[in-house]
Design a protein around this ligand. Structure first.
Ligand code: SF4
Ligand code: SF4
Ligand code: FES
Length: 232
């Protein structure tokens, strides 16, 4: 019956052949094929990086990477998931590092082995210029490294493909933490709001929300969205 209305295509998931409906994302195709995803699935919206998948198209020798929740299956696609990439991660206390780029190279000396080959940028499912942010860190331009790596999902594919055995995403995370703590100007509005929270200004309102039923909460949310839309 399903075949009467939907075009089915063959795909190879972890080496097994399945027929799945054309148009599904890899994530949905895997679930259609019977996989119950405990790992390799999170937000389903392209922001958490949990669903990184390696695939090869029919007739193409190249291995591609993509987010399973964002990439559509294709006929004869071979795919496998890589929900976790073991990668070197330096242990540090943010209080014991400073805003100097030399602290990054002490914690990640292997960064100096970067070959500027661009493999990491090609592997990134977010299309980030990974090689460029690594180069920015090497030059000491932490601000550019933060800017270029801001949308990193921490999926680990750049580290999995790097021939020099770097973990670009973990290096970038360190840089963003250093930048956030030591370089970015403090926001007075944020400090005020944190004070208000710790002084309990919103406690009563939060308690009230916790007692509110689902339907009322949904309506309140919709009203808020409509209000925001009207004020734009
Ligand atoms: S893949 Fe590794 S060696 Fe190549 S540019 Fe990226 S970080 Fe450098
Ligand atoms: S930079 Fe690396 S860890 Fe971040 S999204 Fe791209 S491939 Fe994934
Ligand atoms: S499930 Fe979160 S990015 Fe795909």
């Amino acid at each position: 019956m399903l075949n009467d209305v939907i075009t089915m295509i063959p795909v190879y998931i972890m080496g097994h052949k399945y027929d799945v409906p054309l148009g599904l994302t890899i994530l949905k195709a895997m679930e259609f094929a019977g996989y119950r995803l405990k790992r390799g699935c999170g937000c389903r919206g392209g922001v958490c990086g949990a669903c990184v998948t390696i695939y090869r198209r029919k007739g193409d020798y190249k291995l591609k990477t993509g987010l399973a929740c964002q990439t559509q299956v294709e006929p004869e696609m071979y795919l496998t998931q890589l929900p976790y990439v073991p990668a070197n991660r330096a242990l540090f206390s943010i209080k014991s590092v400073s805003a100097r780029d030399s602290d990054v190279t002490v914690l990640y000396p292997e960064i100096m082995r970067c070959l500027q080959c661009g493999t990491c940028s090609k592997a990134c499912p977010m299309g980030l210029e990974v090689m460029d942010y690594v180069a920015a860190v090497m030059r000491g331009d932490l601000e550019l490294a933060v800017e270029l790596s801001m949308e990193c999902l921490m999926c680990g594919m750049c580290a999995a493909r790097c021939p020099a055995e770097l973990s670009p995403f973990n290096i970038a995370m360190l840089v963003r933490r250093i930048y956030g703590r030591y370089v970015l100007p403090r926001s007075p509005a944020l400090a005020n709001r944190l004070n208000e929270i710790s002084e309990g200004k919103f406690r009563e309102e939060l308690e009230k929300l916790k007692r509110t039923d689902q339907t009322t909460l949904s309506q309140m949310f919709q009203d808020l969205q409509a209000e925001k839309g009207a004020s734009v």
